[in-house]
Ligand binder design. Sequence first.
Ligand SMILES: Nc1ncnc2c1ncn2[C@@H]1O[C@H](COP(=O)(O)OP(=O)(O)OP(=O)(O)O)[C@@H](O)[C@H]1O
Length: 609
Amino acid sequence: MVTALGLAWRASRRLTAAFAALSMLMAALPVTIAWCTKLVLDEIADGRPEVGATAVLGAALAGCGVLTALGPQVVQYVRDESGRMVGLVAQDRLFRATEGFVGLARFEDPAFLDRIRMAQQYGGATPGMVVSAALGGARTILTGAGFLVSLVTINPWMAVLVVGAAAPSLAAELWLSRRRAAMLWGIGPVERREFFFGELLVNVRAAKELRLFGIGAHLRGLMNAQRRAANAERSRTDRRELGVQAVTGTTAALAAGGGLLWVLVSAANGTGGVGDVALFVAAVAGVQAAVSGLVAELVTAHQQVLLFGHYLAVLDAEPDLPVPARPRRAGPLRRGIELNDVWFRYSPGHPWALRGVSLTIPYGTAVALVGRNGAGKSTVVKLLCRMYDPERGSIRWDGVDLREMDPVELRARIGAVFQDYMEYDMTAAENIGLGDLAALDDRGRIEAAARRAGAHGAVSGLPRGYDTMLSRVFAEPPDDDGGAATGVHLSGGQWQRLALARAYLRGERDLLILDEPSSGLDAEAEHEIHQGLREHRRGRTSVLISHRLGAVRDADHIVVLDGGRVAEQGTHAGLLARDGIYARLFTLQAEGYRQREDRDANDRLSEAR
Ligand SMILES: Nc1ncnc2c1ncn2[C@@H]1O[C@H](COP(=O)(O)OP(=O)(O)OP(=O)(O)O)[C@@H](O)[C@H]1O
């Protein structure tokens, strides 16, 4: 609660103060109106009303009426304005915290993803709501206290009865709000699945398969099932709340009814004045409204604070990968990188992805990682970038364990194209420029990188060249002649070239990692790219992963992974001579090409005949 209030105060001091002042002013209004009404009625009932005093009281009542009419709108505006400012600050803090997770594990942990979703949902809104609830609570206390004092002056027992009837209601509502917060947390995974299916149904990448396989209705059914499950939980909670509130509400109504009866009897007996009766009725209603208002505000604040716990949990989460307070410098690579007996699994529940891998990437050489699907190649690459830490063993950069370095500094020394590279819904220039923010506005460097990756031709042929929006999600801004063009979508191979250009833009980094950089390219483009890569690699340290063994045959060193282990390693010629996995895979691929060539030759021969 204190953190939430502190966040609101720091985000918008002036607005929070204005909100507080206005709330207090609004709090004084009902009591002022009740007293003015009592005094006016007493004046009139007196039989000799003083015109001046009555006029003043009337004017005061009119003024209070104007404030009552305008006040809520002004308070609402100030509250919303403050909420917007707090929301921005809270969001910035949240994403700064998620950026602080230097590895990937947090983003693969479903429970943590739920927390982030809850934090996004409630982190921004809670501080504003807590301030609002706190001030709303203070306002109702102030109003209630004013009426309570009025009530005590007329009948102290009635004051005790009204307040006493509200106490169980407060306790019950706090219990209910804890249950509601637990329910919201409980349905988190269900809502995440519902969101996933909803996204899938309108996702342009999924649209082809959904239509071809006719699975839209099936997925919609799965999405609706999630919503039904979440709705059932929400309904159960609502019903429980309804039951409890019916009991507490009846108790409060009985207390009010008793009070009203007493007032009417004493008025009939002539023991009270007309003004006293009016004040009494207003006070009973005012105290009850204040108590139920206070309960509502407390419950809102309580529930928001409970949900705000998820936001704080993300902000206060332990670092996913420990970074030493004084990291060792990640200097330019001089000798090479060594993996020593590296064991790694994605979580204790997963099988080992790497089982004691030891290999060396000497400075200035090109090392190729090959092997069957799931052998562990991409995992090695992710560990080289320190997206995870090995569970056993170590990875050393010129002898220094990666765990002793600052990951940001280490990654600044690496250029990479990952197997699952990103396609950013941004312009072509931005898609390349994100590889090195310093070059984002440097069109010369961006074009040079695109040329090297063989992407320049395709990009310059786009409607707005490098400024073309590569997206179907965001439309292009309207043309000069007013026509709104839609965004452009590239082919798979063209996207891949952009990813390569992004890596090239990083310039002469110490280590270049290419995980399947040409899997989506046509034969000619692949040849061209590999030619370029060979030139680029010369004398530089690189790690190349490819299933096309022809593309890695001239690497200085080839490491064959199998089931998370190094099965064999050596040069292309050495591995062929060894007649192991590599030789078998290479021969299979070569035979495939040879058979195809033979078939093509036969086809040509029969056509010629
Ligand atoms: N994020 C992840 N979480 C859990 N397991 C994973 C994850 N990524 C990979 N794995 C598992 O780790 C093992 C090695 O995967 P990896 O992606 O390194 O293989 P690979 O050799 O690159 O395969 P491919 O040739 O298919 O790209 C596989 O069994 C895979 O299922």
